[in-house]
Design a protein around this ligand. Structure first.
Ligand code: URA
Length: 226
């Protein structure tokens, strides 16, 4: 059993026995300390439970055509969360966000700011299911799926969110503006600063945008350092 599982098991047993408080004994000071049990490992456990509870979703017709529910991936306690729009065919096949060419570019950008998609950030999308023929998401699909993302953000509680592309910005911020306008300001999602930047697909189509996107990623890293 890996260490995280063991810790989770232990904390869950403690929770069953003593509720939301944990008592630890300090050997050198001979004191008993009371701490809240809502720890990071439990947040992870909860996120996994949450994923399990929604991963068979059939709230819209995409539930019938998907191969995999693309919940999200990365560090459950990440300070930086990246939100894309809709999983593509690669993501549908693997059940993980940003697996294709766009994901490779994203990995390069992350590496340039000293981050890794597994250990430093959390990746998710507005929709959890692939849309056949890559049509734009319907409002009804977005309105059913966005609550999953909002709950996910609550669990991860990142310090900064980068919304990748206009659709992501529009849904997170409830603002229907062109990307250039959305990029002009730092926004707020339930107290978390949000910046909208270019989607990696746009950067592949138009590499001239990379300079501007770089500024947004640098902004996020600077904010995290302060
Ligand atoms: N584009 C996205 O917005 N998300 C993915 O997961 C893949 C491509």
């Amino acid at each position: 059993m890996n260490i995280k599982r063991q810790i989770n098991l232990f904390l869950n047993q403690q929770k069953e026995l003593f509720g939301n408080e944990i008592f630890t004994y300090s050997l050198n000071k001979s004191i008993i300390k009371k701490t809240s049990l809502y720890s990071e490992s439990l947040a992870m456990e909860h996120l996994e439970n949450y994923e399990n509870s929604i991963s068979l979703c059939q709230e819209c017709s995409l539930g019938k055509t998907r191969n995999n529910f693309v919940f999200g991936s990365g560090d459950h306690n990440a300070d930086l969360m990246l939100v894309g729009d809709v999983p593509g065919v690669n993501e549908d096949n693997q059940g993980v966000p940003f697996m294709g060419r766009e994901g490779k570019l994203l990995d390069k950008i992350l590496s340039a700011i000293g981050k890794n998609r597994r250990s430093d950030v959390y990746l998710a999308n507005i929709l959890k299911c692939y849309i056949p023929q890559n049509r734009n998401p319907l409002l009804s699909e977005i309105s059913k799926c966005k609550s999953y993302l909002f709950k996910q953000i609550q669990f991860i509680n990142p310090k900064v969110i980068l919304a990748l592309g206009r659709i992501s910005g529009k849904v997170l911020l409830n603002m229907d503006l062109p990307l250039e306008k959305l990029r002009e300001n730092v926004h707020d999602f339930k107290g978390i600063p949000v910046r909208v930047t270019y989607h990696p697909a746009a950067l592949l189509r138009n590499p001239d945008f990379k300079k501007e996107a770089w500024k947004d990623f640098k902004w996020a890293t600077t904010l995290l350092k302060n």
